[in-house]
Design a protein around this ligand. Structure first.
Ligand code: ADP
Length: 294
């Protein structure tokens, strides 16, 4: 269990990236969902001991993460947003090098580990190929192999599916899901489907604050009966946004489909629908924006 309490961070330029962030993150996949600029990377880098918060505490079980960085790093697997590789080095040689850096000095042990990891992420057949020739998806899977060296107890994956095509993305998510229940895996993303397909628990973060946390199913249930759909003229969108809480807008065969949040029928022509995680997410972003405007 990772326990985050009252984390605050303001950058020297005055940007307040985290405000009083508290989260309980159990073993298993945890989705941290938020738009660009929400503070996800700041939080991920802070947990990964790559930067300091202004205040607050982080514990991994009994371990004080911010006080004992060396121990934390030995238990951590981190896949950053931009995973840089040496383009001319083969996957196998690069992974071997990372294993040396992680302190696995015995050659035979390392060879077995590297082979096992390459198999796990389905890159064994590509092991002799240079990393520069890898696709985005292969590169991300290589990043996972690298993050798994040394049996981490805490795995942090920052925006991993951005730029992947649908097939690569699915493969990548399946791989994460397999990593297991005995470790904490935090998946930071702005893609709702990454969370709804994969994460038994999640939090929504916007403008540096945790807006909501829990099980996706529970958060969806809280919106039951309050989400309405209507097809409108494109030109009328602005008017609807003035009058109602418009959660989302979608073009559908030349028409504009909107979802509206309301306790009762907004007006004739709306149809009640079963809410999904996207409605939950956009509802929270809407609330955050309203709170800021007030
Ligand atoms: P996310 O990962 O959700 O996109 P970030 O944590 O990267 O969010 O950014 C949160 C806010 O902090 C943004 O407004 C961003 O511009 C700002 N920010 C991030 N890193 C720095 C930095 N090193 N210096 C100043 N501002 C930063």
């Amino acid at each position: 269990m990772l326990t985050i309490r009252n984390l605050c961070k303001t950058y020297p330029n005055g940007v307040r990236a985290l405000t009083d962030v508290s989260l309980d993150i159990p073993n298993g996949m945890f989705g941290l969902l938020g738009p660009n600029g929400a503070g996800k990377s700041t939080l991920m880098r802070t947990i990964a001991t790559l930067q300091e918060p202004d205040s607050g505490t982080i514990r991994l079980g009994e371990l004080d993460v911010l006080a004992d960085k060396m121990t934390t790093r030995s238990l951590l697997g981190y896949l950053p947003q931009e995973f840089g590789v040496y383009p001319k080095v083969s996957a196998e040689a690069m992974l071997d090098h990372f294993a040396v850096l992680k302190g696995i000095t015995h050659r035979g042990e390392r060879r077995e580990l590297v082979a096992a990891l390459l198999r796990q992420v389905n890159l064994y057949d590509a092991r002799k190929r240079k990393l520069g020739g890898f696709s985005g998806g292969m590169r991300q899977r290589f990043g996972v192999a690298q993050a798994l060296i040394g049996n981490p107890k805490l795995i942090i994956v920052d925006e991993p599916t951005a730029g992947l095509d649908p097939e690569e993305r699915q493969r990548f998510l399946n791989l994460l899901a397999e990593i297991g229940e005995r470790v904490v895996v935090i998946l930071s993303t702005h893609i709702v489907e990454d969370v709804s397909e994969l994460c038994p628990r999640m939090a929504i973060i916007a403008e540096g604050r945790v807006r909501l946390s829990g099980e996706p199913r529970e958060t969806i249930r809280a919106l039951e009966g309050r989400v309405w759909r209507r097809i409108i003229d494109k030109g009328a969108l602005h008017e609807y946004q003035e009058r109602f809480t418009v959660l989302s807008t979608r073009l559908s065969g030349g028409a504009t489909l909107i979802h509206v949040l309301a306790d009762s029928l907004p007006e004739a022509g709306f149809e009640r629908i079963a809410p999904d995680l996207e409605d939950v997410y956009f509802g929270q972003l809407h609330q955050a924006a309203t709170a800021r405007a007030a």
